[in-house]
Design a protein around this ligand. Structure first.
Ligand code: PLP
Length: 394
């Protein structure tokens, strides 16, 4: 057989999608499944956003458009970041892409050379190490441990920086732990980045889904605007996963580089979605606030009751919509707990190894189902916990 380029063999898939496929098979067999595996909100975009996309298509906004994104949306993103994160960024620093993942990929392609080292959190979004390796670079993990409340250990990161380290990636609130990095952690990372001249890739996709306090972006810290690329978008905060809309905020010369990559690959992001996204950012119906209030209720309900199930232990997440559950005390591998929950209880969650080696004893549940379904899921989990109760009480 003719050869596929070797870079592809460096990439890995996403665990959530494998569980989702099996869950769908079971549903076809007539089984009832509660889906807590994908990070896909069960909300839909607010009505004015849907109206706006319809109007944009009707108005003929369905042509090729600017490779960097529609100017009005880039302006709106700059205004939105000022309003919600107190950031001073110019519209020229914003590049629109079809999804945060694409914005992330473009930034990584623009910054990472073969042979470079990239620091990324473990556990975290599996694409960080996968795409790093795909670019011929070395992915070097730093741990987010439960004993540190899933905060980064700056001594560990410092020890892992070498002359080849070019980029440090982090995601706050973090998928899967829900941790928001403390101000001290952000300052520590920023100091290190300045000292060792690193790029920072700050994946802020969950910045709006915050259960207390105001979001602090590392971008605002001294010396960071020139070395930080913010990745954010519409999938989670505005429940627009299938629209494929994200953006990067970067120094203008990085935007220029990413723009050339856009031109050489997908040309532009669909114009009608961009026009409607301005309406999402305006959020005239306060849809984000209502959605976050609901996620908070789900978090409180799920985490509280889950902590009463023998063998399960979960810290309260500060943001995002995941529960990251330690299952060590069940005495079973996480993959087996995942299997029992899906096959016997009809509850789809993901074994934590999908997010890195530190996820070995964890399961991730996405709180993207209504509260009555979460209650049902908890009852089902309680029932199958009979399998490991003896191990817990030992
Ligand atoms: N970054 C993180 C941390 C995520 O969890 C996700 C999606 O799950 C993405 C990026 C990708 O977002 P998008 O769907 O906009 O490409």
């Amino acid at each position: 057989m003719r050869k596929i380029a070797s870079r592809v063999s460096q990439l890995n898939g996403e665990g959530a999608l494998a569980v989702y496929s099996r869950a769908k098979e079971l549903e076809l067999e007539g089984r009832s499944i509660i889906h807590l595996e994908l990070g896909e909100p069960d909300f839909h975009p607010a009505a004015p956003v849907v109206d706006a996309v319809r109007d944009a298509v009707a108005a003929g906004r369905d042509r090729y458009c600017s490779t960097r994104g529609v100017p009005a949306l880039r302006e709106a993103v700059a205004g939105y970041l000022k309003r919600t994160r107190k950031l001073n960024v110019a519209a020229e620093q914003v590049l629109i892409a079809p999804g945060c993942k694409m914005a992330l990929a473009l930034a990584m392609m623009a910054l990472i050379e073969p042979g470079d080292e990239v620091l990324y959190p473990d556990p975290s979004f599996p694409i960080y190490p996968s795409f790093t390796r795909g670019l011929g670079a070395k992915a070097v993990s730093y741990s987010l441990l439960e004993k540190n409340q899933f905060q980064p250990d700056l001594a560990e990161i410092t020890a892992k920086v070498t002359p080849r380290t070019r980029v440090l990636i982090f995601n706050s609130p973090n998928n899967p732990t829900g941790t928001v990095f403390t101000d001290a952690a952000l300052r520590g990372i920023a100091d290190l980045a300045v000292k060792d001249d690193l790029w920072i890739l700050a994946d802020e996709i969950y910045a709006r889904i915050l259960f207390s306090g105001e979001y602090q972006s590392i971008y605002a810290l001294p010396g960071m605007a020139e070395r930080t690329i913010i990745i954010d978008g519409f999938s989670k905060s505005f429940a627009m996963t299938g629209w494929r809309l994200g953006y990067a905020v970067a120094p203008v010369h990085v935007v220029d580089a990413m723009d050339l990559l856009v031109l050489n690959t997908f040309t532009c992001t669909a114009e009608f979605t961009q026009v409607a996204a301005i309406e999402a950012l305006n959020d005239s119906t306060n849809a984000v606030e209502a959605m976050v209030a609901e996620y908070r209720k789900r978090r409180d309900l799920f985490v509280d009751k889950l902590n009463r199930i023998p063998g399960f232990r979960c810290q309260i997440p500060d943001g995002a919509f995941y529960a990251w559950v330690n299952i060590e005390e069940t005495g079973m591998p996480a993959e087996e707990v995942q299997r029992l929950l899906l096959e016997e209880a009809g509850v789809a969650g993901i074994a934590g190894a999908a997010f890195g080696t530190e996820g070995k004893n964890y399961l991730r549940f996405s709180l993207v189902s209504a509260r009555n379904l979460l209650e049902d899921a908890l009852e089902r989990i309680q029932r199958v916990s009979l399998h490991w109760r003896a191990a817990v009480s030992r």
